[in-house]
Design a binder for this molecule. Structure first.
Ligand SMILES: C=C1C[C@]23C[C@H]1CC[C@H]2[C@]1(C)CCC[C@@](C)(C(=O)O)[C@H]1[C@@H]3C(=O)O
Ligand SMILES: O=C(O)CCC(=O)C(=O)O
Ligand SMILES: [Fe+2]
Length: 380
């Protein structure tokens, strides 16, 4: 990997930062230079991490069992998914068919990128309003409650459907020579997530009493986001958050976390942890899928905490429909035995994504705020 740039020492964080300032967040240097984290990374008391967090029991779905067609295994999988998705939207998937060696290669390459000098990472710097690219500290985007993480996000569409820039082409364009293997492993990972997400869409469709292919066809052509989350060690983890409290605005999130732990979900009025399980993926419903089910399946509040001992790494694949597809629930989930009441307006993912990238920081109210924003736009 080319290291032609000279490591730049990041300018110190000071109170009078302007939004335009793209100060480099180099946690290693921040950690070495002070026992206190910059004020911009300190969260308000009511959002600071809690200490006595217990594990949340989420069902472990045997995906191979579901796909085998065995009637008992199918009914067991659909029952467990229906219960979890109706309550909090989180479940684990095992026997998923993703190659373990792909996972270990993906983690290895993550180290090589996030441990590179800041100016090397900045070659892929996220541009304002864009959902792809490298982001550190988010200081150019938010002025307070900064997440203690660095992220590298890619756009992904299954090539056989619409030819868009692939992950490996993006990496080559942004990072140049020496990143061929890096681009290849994340292209392969994103393709594996696309395959896995469509299988899960079959399971979700059946669990709602729809045709098995209903949601699979809705997402066959997708314009998804694949994100690497790197959470450096933090000197004051009791004051910071790796990722703040939010519901994913997307449709379905497939997350792999390393062995460190830190993902928490707000269920039954308290924060509960999802312990690491290397052989499974954490899957959660997002706002867009909640709208597609007319509110039947829940997009749930969650966050990531950090620690002072170990860095933490996770991969998040966010399945999103084609940008211009209209997001509206099937009649079966609105009429019939249902109240006939629509919970959310029709919208497109491209509008919702633009809302989160240019107008509103995703939190626990994103979908409601977006619905209001849409109505206000229409009344002009
Ligand atoms: C569509 C997206 C916006 C975010 C990345 C994906 C799905 C999750 C969103 C996010 C992680 C929710 C918390 C706030 C956020 C700003 C972050 O911490 O990164 C969100 C992402 C984003 O807007 O970049
Ligand atoms: O990294 C994690 O544990 C969660 C990250 C997350 O929720 C997100 O990126 O949307
Ligand atoms: Fe999330």
């Amino acid at each position: 990997m080319a290291m032609e740039c000279i490591a730049t020492v990041p300018r110190r964080f000071s109170e009078n930062k302007t939004k335009e300032d793209s100060s480099i967040f180099d946690a290693k240097l921040l950690n070495q230079h002070s026992n206190h984290i910059p004020q911009q990374f300190v969260w308000p008391d009511h959002e600071k991490p809690s200490t006595d967090v217990q594990p949340l029991q989420v069902p472990l779905i045997d995906l191979a069992g579901f796909l085998s067609g065995d009637s008992f295994l199918v009914s067991e999988a659909t029952r467990l998914v229906s219960e979890a998705a109706t309550k909090h939207g989180f479940f684990l998937v095992t026997n998923h068919g993703v190659d373990e060696s792909l996972l270990s290669r993906a983690y290895l390459h993550m180290d090589s990128f996030f441990k590179a000098p800041a100016c090397e990472k900045q070659k892929a710097q996220r541009k304002w309003g864009e959902s792809s690219g490298y982001a550190s500290s988010f200081v150019g985007r938010f002025s307070s409650k900064l997440p203690w993480k660095e992220t590298l996000s890619f756009k992904f569409s299954p090539e056989e459907k619409i030819h868009t820039e692939t992950v490996k082409e993006y990496v080559s364009k942004k990072m140049g020579d020496g990143y061929e293997d890096f681009g290849k492993v994340y292209q392969e990972y994103a393709e594996a997530m696309n395959t896995l997400s469509l299988k899960i869409m079959e399971l979700l469709g059946m669990s709602l009493g729809l045709e098995r292919r209903y949601f699979r066809e809705f997402f066959e052509e997708n314009e998804s986001i694949f994100r690497l989350n790197y959470y450096p060690q933090c000197k004051q983890p009791e004051l910071a958050l790796g990722t703040g409290p939010h519901c994913d605005p997307t449709s379905l999130t497939i997350l792999h976390q390393d062995q460190v732990g830190g993902l928490q979900v707000f269920v039954d009025n308290k924060w509960q942890s999802i312990p690491p399980n290397p052989h499974s993926f954490v899957v959660n419903i997002g706002d867009t899928f909640m709208a597609l089910t007319n509110g039947r399946y829940k997009s749930c509040l969650h966050r990531a905490v950090v620690n002072s001992e170990r860095e933490r790494k996770t991969f998040a694949f966010f399945l999103c429909p084609k940008g211009e597809k209209v997001v509206k629930p099937p009649e079966e989930l609105v009429g019939g035995v249902m109240s006939g009441q629509r919970e959310y307006p029709d919208f497109t993912w491209s509008m919702f994504l633009e809302f989160t990238q240019k107008h509103y920081r995703a939190d626990m109210n994103t979908l409601e705020e977006f619905s209001i924003w849409l109505k206000n736009r229409k009344s002009f």
